[in-house]
Design a protein around this ligand. Sequence first.
Ligand SMILES: [Zn+2]
Length: 253
Amino acid sequence: MMKNKGIAESQIKWKINSGNSSFWWDDWLGEGPLASYCTHVTSLNTTKISQFLVGGTWNETMVRQWVPPLLVPKILSFPIHYQEQIPDEAIWKLTVDGLFSCSSAWEIIRHKGTKSIINKGIWHRHLPFKISFLAWRALRNKLPTNEKITSFGKEAARCSCCYRTGEDNIDHIFVSGHFANNIWSFASAAAGIQHHYIPINMLLLRWWRHEHKSEVQNLLNQLLPVIIIWNLWKNRCAAKYGAKHPVQLESNF
Ligand SMILES: [Zn+2]
């Protein structure tokens, strides 16, 4: 039930009118509930968006006081269409007019299908639990990346793959970073799969849907990208916390 709710919510964008939505618990910003970024917000918190507004626009002082610094610019640039009597509106991202339609419902089902393909792929029976679990956390942005850590107000540490500050987020560690990109290019070439930058979930789908000539090849296409994700994380942590040189892929799986 909660899972389906999450899927539906990812298809909704919010139009803030009177600000009657829950500031902490509705996913109006599109980053998940803001409460999940804070330790001071309980599930009983009923603060509404309107309480963070003044004169129909954001109360910047209050936003800065309560919200992790990383999210502040995004919130302050989130448009408010202030109309006192009009409740906030949920807009379907999938239709041009933002109204629910049969085709948008179909899109959601399709989207759900994609999600379940990804879940099925990650939790492959030939993969050890720790590898599946790591990939599952990566796809839900539930790993302690620098980006996550700074959202709690800590200072950005340098990235372990290219030694730049603050670049260490899920996308950088697993796909777009210099090191990750090299690994994917190399593995893709070996598997006969074209590689250019796409988000991590699309990248997995591309591998899993790649045509295969044998079952062995198919199995490799299913398992390898998840194992690469595991190794990229292991490598990143070894480079960050251990003495290991970062540009050296571990493959002791
Ligand atoms: Zn980097």
